[in-house]
Write a protein that binds this ligand. Structure first.
Ligand code: WTA
Length: 692
């Protein structure tokens, strides 16, 4: 609830619990009877540990402090966590400028901690062990269970003990390929408990993708499940995992242990392939382990996890996040952006296979001692009312999802929402792609009944936590804008030459100083990290997004400026889809672009040049789509295959994607300058073949 702000005659805002450190005794400040300077010089970040931001003025004071003294600001916030040893005075060091040497970011130097301890033990030791930690909603209606903080701690300890017994040591990578069972976040915490580095691979990825990721991080242990239900379909996850292990072995990497959770609802043990010696059944092995397990105290900079994400070129990158900074930032954004209060029931629909499921399902809620829903299913199964039924059944207070889900649910009509009691909702969140104002309004009016703030959170796998986002109720929102930067985040709008633009401007979004959960490296390739993120505009972290800043200083994300597309909130590199297409023997060349899609946000549009003599048939289109499904995963399947006898190229052979995008969106009348095309005739041919 909003608390009334008081303003003293000194001009200072006297929001409740905002501690303003007043300076000289000479100038008067009547309400608080303490002398004050004209403007507050320092505000204490620790106010954020107990209260929410009341208004823009308070935000501005705290924001200023967070930018001018990041080390002090975040240290004050970090006090609320358990640190086995404290950080040094001068704990934050960094170099964000490639011209000055290697890029490095360090927070809480000298400190040791354990994030799983902070997520679980800390609450249990404080007497909150009986509080519900997870409410699990299965894919099928009626399959539910719940778990308290004390029970979650027991489960994490058991699994952590099993991992230790399997030989997993501090710093080793563990691959996790699981459906959205509670065992997935528990597995992440178990890894963190023993200082192992988890690498969660989304269950929709193919065997090839899983194999590639396991090889890259040299995972010796794989945690998986027999199967998974997706709506009415069951998927043999273990079969895919087996194929991935085989592919890895062929590439010279051995996965030594596979722990298999029997998800009998989808695939019972009897139908699940099992390799004795290598494979173990989760339920029997883990149950036998003790429920206590000493946490591994790790340095703040110790790697916590790897998460592979798509870039504009090459293979997916293993984005590495470290422990201390990530913990403090994920927890703080979680608390303030969602306005968490005692008794809340929070629900994030993301899968733990993506960053949202890491920061705002596995870690953020638990660090804050929240009760949350974990949902295995899909929003439209068995009916488009499913989400709202869950909201009504459990009294969900905060609901966080992607615009693609909102648009999809919106397309079924309002009645699915209206038939459910969604009055418990206090706040709605959006993540993953720009939200169009129409979907924003539907979310606000139909789902939120006009009373819930919408937090449109802009951030990335690389940023670890929210970067630009409203704080509920602190300032007015505008549909489609992520509004203002979170504490410690300094966004800048750059022109193409890398000059900072002031005031109202449109350009490239970059960040000019480190925040606690800055990605620390690309696993095994620091060079790629530097060139990819810090190379394009020296001195800045390059986000890959374009943006506009309006007259009120609000940021509007305009989408990727590189060759990454955002399909249903899933990030896909066009180069990856192209190479999956070219892997088909009939395909000579492929060029992939994004196009506007009413539900998915962006769809995948693929131009394919066939090998000489190959006939362009409907069946072949299906085969090509199948190739992408099996190499990357079903979610990356192209929506359109467009036959292209030739592609628009410059004289130096570079594909002009701009031209391809225009043809895909039927805007060939706005091609702009095509004088550099090697063969201008190619455009007319492509237009003619559209839809064929
Ligand atoms: C896009 C997801 C507009 C953006 C957390 C970014 C957004 C990419 C928003 C990162 C938003 C994410 N408004 N665009 N609120 N949130 N994006 O790594 O293009 O899967 O660069 O992280 O999603 O995707 P990623």
């Amino acid at each position: 609830p909003q608390q009334q702000q008081r303003r003293g005659v000194c001009g200072n805002a006297h929001a409740p619990r905002l501690s303003l450190r007043h300076a000289p005794r000479s100038s008067r400040c009547a309400p608080c009877r303490v002398a004050a300077p004209e403007a507050p010089t320092t505000v204490s970040a620790s106010t954020l540990n107990t209260s929410f931001v009341q208004d823009k003025q308070q935000y501005e004071a705290l924001y200023k402090r967070s930018i001018e003294d990041p080390a002090g600001f975040w240290a004050e916030i970090a006090e609320q966590f358990h640190w086995e040893t404290k950080w040094e005075r001068d704990h934050m060091r960094y170099n964000f400028d490639v011209r000055a040497g290697p890029i490095s970011v360090e927070w809480f130097r000298g400190a040791t901690t354990n994030i799983a301890y902070n997520c679980l033990d800390r609450h249990v030791l404080a007497g909150r062990g009986d509080q519900t930690c997870f409410i699990w909603e299965g894919n099928d209606v009626g399959r539910e269970k719940s778990m308290t903080y004390a029970e979650a701690l027991d489960e994490v300890c058991k699994l952590a003990n099993w991992l230790r017994a399997a030989g997993v040591k501090k710093g080793d990578a563990v691959a996790v390929y699981m459906p959205m069972l509670l065992e997935l976040p528990l597995a992440m915490l178990a890894c963190a408990r023993i200082g192992a580095v988890h690498s969660v691979v989304f269950g929709g990825f193919s065997a090839e993708s899983l194999a590639q990721r396991m090889e890259d991080c040299k995972a010796k242990v794989l945690l998986t499940a027999s199967g998974v239900m997706r709506g009415p379909k069951s998927i043999d996850l273990k079969k895919i995992a087996d194929k991935a292990c085989k592919l890895s072995a062929e590439a010279g990497h051995t996965v030594e242990h596979v722990l298999v959770y029997e998800n009998d609802n989808a695939v019972p043990a009897a139908d699940c392939p099992f390799t004795p010696g290598r494979d173990r059944w989760w339920q029997s092995e883990v149950a036998a382990q003790p429920t206590t397990c000493a946490p591994e105290w790790v340095e703040a900079e110790h790697p916590l996890f790897l998460l592979y994400t798509s870039g504009s070129t090459g293979k997916p990158k293993g984005v590495l996040h470290s422990t201390g900074g990530y913990m403090v930032y994920a927890a703080t954004t979680m608390r303030h952006v969602f306005g968490l209060q005692q008794g809340d029931v929070y629900w994030c629909t993301a899968d733990c296979g993506w960053i949202t499921g890491h920061s705002y399902l596995a870690y953020g809620p638990l660090l804050n001692g929240t009760t949350q829903i974990v949902f295995e299913g899909v929003p439209t199964h068995p009916t488009p009312a499913r989400c709202w039924e869950v909201v009504a059944a459990h009294g969900v207070t905060q609901f966080y999802t992607a615009p693609t889900a909102i648009r999809s649910l919106m397309s079924f009509g309002d009645q699915w929402v209206s038939q459910c009691d969604t009055s418990s909702l206090k706040l709605l969140g959006s993540v993953g792609e720009p939200i169009n104002p129409e979907a924003w309004r539907w979310y606000h009016e139909v789902v939120g009944k006009g009373k819930c703030p919408i937090v449109d959170t802009w951030w990335q796998t690389e940023t670890g936590g929210h970067m630009i986002t409203p704080l509920p109720g602190a300032w007015p929102e505008k549909p489609g804008s992520a509004t203002l930067p979170f504490f410690g985040v300094r966004p800048v709008v750059l022109d193409e030459k890398g000059n900072e633009l002031q005031g109202e401007a449109e350009g490239i979004l970059a960040i000019s100083q480190p925040w606690p959960s800055t990605l620390r490296t690309v696993y095994g390739d620091h060079e790629r990290y530097q060139s990819n993120y810090f190379g394009p505009f020296p001195g800045y972290y390059f986000t890959g997004d374009g943006c506009r800043r309006d007259a009120d200083g609000y940021y509007w994300i305009t989408g990727r400026v590189d060759d990454v597309i955002n399909v249903s909130g899933h990030r896909i590199g066009t180069a990856e889809v192209e190479s999956a297409l070219v892997a088909h023997p009939a395909c000579a060349e492929a060029a992939v672009v994004g196009y506007d899609h009413p539900i998915k946000g962006q769809g995948i549009y693929a131009y394919v040049t066939l090998m000489a003599g190959v006939e362009a048939t409907k069946e072949l289109k299906k085969e090509l789509v199948g190739s992408v499904r099996s190499i990357i995963g079903a979610f990356a399947a192209p929506d359109v295959i467009h036959w292209a006898p030739g592609l628009p190229k410059t004289r130096s052979g570079k594909i002009m994607r701009r031209v391809l995008r225009k043809i895909a969106s039927k805007e060939e009348d706005q091609l702009g300058d095509t004088s550099t095309l090697a063969d201008p005739g190619v455009v007319a041919t492509l237009v003619e073949l559209r839809g064929k």
